[in-house]
Design a protein around this ligand. Structure first.
Ligand code: ADP
Length: 523
């Protein structure tokens, strides 16, 4: 009988769990995407229900095995990717005392401010690699200790979402070094919990999961769940790593000098190094992926979500027309922007509509157009917005370049890659060739590849090269990059100069909220 071997990658995301069945060549054979709500009872809250994520995982596993007609003996293993920075408080009966407090939850903002730019904050950053920000579970613990001490007093374990799921399946609290790294409680130099962070947050080692490498295998899952899913309970579950680091693996950006640029709803720029390289200024993260592979980079709030705002607020009639004609409204807008020359005739846009993490780490940052004249049109504005999003990512790239050297190649992914104009802009502004990998759920693929490596099914992680092809390559256009070279210094200088006024305008906005508007959570 013909036996195919399969590997499953599970990606526990912020709004859904994606489960993908891959063959050992990295080809996706079946997939399932099960969403769940992000609870935002107040503007600063961003929580998920752990039980809903557990159910989405079990359902997804069951679905892909059924859709792929996989026999239990054909499944080599299941490997995990998970969103970073999640925190759940568990009680003595191993029941959750809280929902999952996600990276997007901002209620610890005040406690991040207190640590920012002081010696303690900097010392913690240098040892943990996590920028001081309310996303960090370490900072969330300071908030919980101060404002919810009743809950903390009942807590026997502080865990992340994947730890919770694995506990329910295997009855043990274990956490990989990669997700542990993202808690802000883990020392990247000793590869152990960080004593200073533990004492600051009053967390005991016994309250944290057991630390293991990202290739660690669990076997012997509870048979009731194995029966539901339809697998052998001894199928190896590989613990895996964080979604950001696995995304670099899944787009084949794991060699030194290969930059992964993502522009989806948000954005990120990341590169792999062979050692934990730390940004002396605290603006970039340093996260563990696997032995001798670390990911240095910056997360950006303002990616495609800003383009969506431009479409909805400046081009509402066009959006309606596109809907009526059943054409893609983003495509309609990029066609309009393509008629405007590179540099938008000197119109600059700072995309900080949702505050910003990297490169400026300023929750008070706000958006702006600069350089407007009567000659500028709405078409200039859309082009300037697309360029502004890329300028901002370029600034993150400059920071990475400063500590890891000039990038040699760019692998770019995310919704933006549907637009030829936007892809070319990235090549022109970065003055680099841009490859668009044919990536299907890059974090899930990264997890599957890490799982294959753990099981000895591939020689090493670089096997991903043969699994990820290139759909398109864009070369920088000299006419365009000369224009961008002139504009970029102005854009970057402005970012600094405007920075002094961001707090003032944000204070004004907070003091005079629009009673008709819902002000979304910012970070
Ligand atoms: P997510 O990060 O939530 O998974 P995507 O990677 O799909 O989302 O990115 C969504 C973003 O991609 C949208 O907000 C939009 O800015 C951008 N986008 C989607 N389609 C197009 C298109 N045809 N042209 C340009 N940009 C697009």
């Amino acid at each position: 009988m013909n036996m195919t071997q399969y590997m499953i990658g599970v990606d526990l995301g912020t709004t859904s769990t994606k489960v993908v069945l891959f063959d050992l060549h990295g080809q996706a054979v079946a997939s399932a995407n099960n969403p769940y709500p992000l609870y935002q009872d107040t503007p600063d809250m961003a929580e998920e229900d752990p039980a809903e994520i557990f159910d989405a995982t079990i359902t997804g596993l069951t679905e892909v095995l059924r859709r792929g007609h996989v026999r239990p003996s054909e499944l080599q293993g299941v490997s995990f990717s998970a969103a970073m920075h999640s925190l759940i408080l568990m009680d003595k009966d191993n029941a959750p005392l809280t929902r999952v407090i996600t990276w997007a939850d901002n209620r610890a903002a005040k406690y991040a401010e207190q640590l920012k730019d002081n010696d303690l904050g900097m010392a913690l950053f240098k040892n943990t690699g996590v920028p001081t920000h309310p996303m960090s579970p370490m900072v969330k613990l300071l908030w919980l200790n101060a404002e919810h001490s009743d809950l903390v007093a009942q807590t026997t374990h502080f865990v992340g979402i994947k730890d919770y799921i694995l506990f329910r399946l295997f009855g043990r609290y274990v956490e990989d070094d990669s997700l542990a790294n993202a808690t802000g409680l883990f020392n990247i130099h000793t590869m152990d919990w960080d004593e200073q962070a533990l004492s600051l947050t009053h967390v005991q080692r016994a309250q944290l999961p057991e630390l293991v490498d990202t290739t660690y295998q669990l076997r012997g899952m509870k048979s009731a769940y194995a029966d539901v899913i339809g697998i052998d309970p001894n199928t190896p579950f590989i613990i895996g790593a964080s979604d950001g680091t696995l995304s670099n693996l899944g787009v084949n950006a794991i060699d030194p000098g290969v930059l992964a640029v993502t522009i989806g709803t948000s954005g990120a720029v990341r590169v792999v190094t062979d050692k934990p390289v730390v940004d002396p200024q605290g603006r970039l993260f340093t996260y563990y992926l696997a032995k001798d592979r670390w990911v240095v980079g910056g997360p950006v709030n303002n990616g495609g979500i800003v383009f969506r705002w431009v479409r909805d607020q400046l081009f509402a009639p066009e959006k309606l027309t596109a809907e009526q004609l059943q054409i893609d409204s983003y495509e309609l807008l990029t066609d309009i922007a393509a008629k405007i020359p590179a540099g938008a005739d000197g119109l600059l846009f700072h995309p900080y509509l949702g505050g910003e993490r990297a490169p400026i780490w300023d929750a008070n940052a706000r958006g702006s157009f600069f350089g407007l004249t009567r000659q500028h049109t709405r078409a200039h504005m859309v082009r300037a917005a697309l360029e502004g999003i890329v300028y901002n990512l370029y600034m993150v790239m400059l920071m990475i370049e400063g500590i890891t050297g000039k990038p040699q190649a760019i692998q770019a992914t995310g919704g933006f890659a549907r637009s030829a104009l936007w892809r070319q802009m990235l090549a022109d502004i970065f003055e680099q060739d841009v490859n668009i990998p044919e990536s299907f759920e890059s974090s899930a693929l990264g997890a599957a590849v890490l799982g294959m490596d753990s099981l000895g099914l591939i020689d090493d992680l670089s096997a991903v090269k043969d699994m990820v092809g290139v759909t398109r390559t864009h070369h920088p256009n000299p006419d365009n990059f000369r224009v961008y070279r002139e504009l970029l210094p102005i854009w970057i200088r402005l970012t600094r100069e405007l920075g002094t006024e961001y707090a003032a305008i944000a204070d004004f906005q907070r003091a005079h909220p629009d009673p008709n508007a819902h002000i979304a959570a910012e970070d």
